[in-house]
Design a protein. Structure first.
Length: 95
């Protein structure tokens, strides 16, 4: 028995997913479907477009945060702490 929860989500049991997969996947094309096992949430099915947007946003956020960390480290570092590519290659024996 599918139940609406949190406004735009649907809750289904794992056994229901097994027996009504096609119908539940149709619902998941429109809105998140929370899958429970023994009354505990186990997974969420989301429309593929929502998943792709979420992944894209997370990738952009990760890049932004890594950029901020790199700038912070650059400001805190001293010139003597930085190796040029050429110096690194000499140090490891590539030149």
């Amino acid at each position: 028995m599918m139940r609406r929860v949190k406004g735009d989500s649907t809750l289904v049991g794992i056994s229901e997913l097994r027996t009504q997969a096609d119908e539940i996947l149709k619902v998941a094309q429109r809105e998140p479907v929370i899958v429970e096992k023994r009354h505990k949430p186990m997974a969420v099915l989301v429309p593929i477009a929502q998943y792709e947007r979420t992944e894209e946003v997370l990738d952009q956020l990760e890049d932004y945060i890594l950029g901020l960390l790199a700038k912070e480290r650059e400001h805190r570092s001293h010139r003597k702490d930085v190796l040029t590519l050429e110096a690194l290659e000499r140090r490891v024996g590539l030149r």
